[in-house]
Design a protein around this ligand. Sequence first.
Ligand code: ACO
Length: 447
Amino acid sequence: MSTGDNTLTVTDNRTGRSYLIPIEDGAIRASALRQIRTGAGDPGLLSLDPAFTATASCHSAITYIDGDAGILRYRGYPIEELAEHSSFLEVAYLLMNGELPSPEQLTELTDTVTHHTFVHENVKEFVGGFHHDAHPMGILVGTVGALSTFYPEAGNFTDPVNRRLQMARLIAKMPTLAAYAFRHSRGLPYVYPDNDLSYAGNFLSMMWKMSGRYQPDPVLEHALDVLFILHADHEQNCSTNAMRAVGSSRVDPYSAAAAAVAALYGPLHGGANEQVLRMLREIGDVQHIPDYIERVKKGEFRLMGFGHRVYKNYDPRAKVVRRLAENVFRVTGLNPHLEVAMELERIALADDYFIGKKLYPNVDFYTGIIYEAMGFPVEMFTGLFAIGRMPGWLAQWEEGLLDPEQKIARPRQIYTGPDERHYVDISARHHTEHDLVEPPPKPIGGD
Ligand code: ACO
């Protein structure tokens, strides 16, 4: 029977007692369950949600997603409008400040970011210490974290001026660090930032410049800027959750951002863009697609670039990327993998397996094809994502710090180990064969 009020009545069948739990914004406080006990020694009910599939970890005013309707908005603005009309630094300002900037505010942010693109010369030395085939994301995890040693004042982030300075530094230095990682892998000299270029243009210069001045192609420069916008935030995804959780320990933002970069590296998250291209190369030809799809359906591996925790209709970013691809290919020529990708999408979207599980292309499905057409090696793809995501990580980190509800992130557990037992001296222990029973590995990518 409905009472019309915003509460949940829970009856504990172990005790027969009922509890009234308030519902706020479509959620109950998990801590409200702790009052549900069987007796004095019972610490209270916990909720178990290993992958946060039904648990909100915070309030946030930054990004809105409606996964069923395929909607993504930054601070209320639809992603399609921002991709069409805005610039990456304008979006960075929006994410961090809540409003689009005035011309003066945008100029100020652009000047600050441009002013901080250089990194300390020592960074070149430790990038040089990485093995020649070190993955750029591994280098980024290390170098982003190492920046904290150059800015020991970064731990004093309760001072808003100091905090904002570190945030600008992180946005400014990401392209430099990513480009250094690439140049190191090729044995090429590092290129200093060109502060006369745009944010995206300067990154292209640091990647590709050999001698003389580098002038980016305006279409590719713009496409990269749009790709950065599309990646700039995505509410409480795996890497943002890492940023917030590590940040909740009150460590400096460089160390928290290193954790976020590490989370992004994973093939189920930002690393998927690299895996998509490897998959397309492995498939090679449209005639191999039906076979490949059958193997996915048998559970041998996942179709990379498909599926999303939140989007169950389509990923609005993937639509923008598809349109963007056309502009890029007009300059670079068609990427031969495009035909395989489009056919793969067509076949998958007509297949009951993918329809039933609501699996649609996500942002990573087409970005790799664009990046490859622009000349980026596959190992750089996730680094490009990391550059774009930095303003989102920082906005979310700052929102967490300023949230009066924030405490150190510390989930509970359901203990499943042995009961108390007592230490046995090694001489008295009999040799036992511990069967290492591991669950079978979960399928990831196709190669
Ligand atoms: N290919 C084949 N089957 C899939 C795929 C896929 N790409 N994704 C999910 N499924 C299946 C699962 O096997 C599962 O089937 P089951 O119910 O029979 O066990 C079902 O769909 C639900 O999948 P979950 O793994 O429970 O979904 P979850 O929300 O945990 O995972 C994820 C989301 C990680 C994105 C998943 O869809 C995936 O692995 N996709 C491929 C990797 C990828 O593209 N990642 C990029 C995500 S976007 C981003 O991070 C930028």
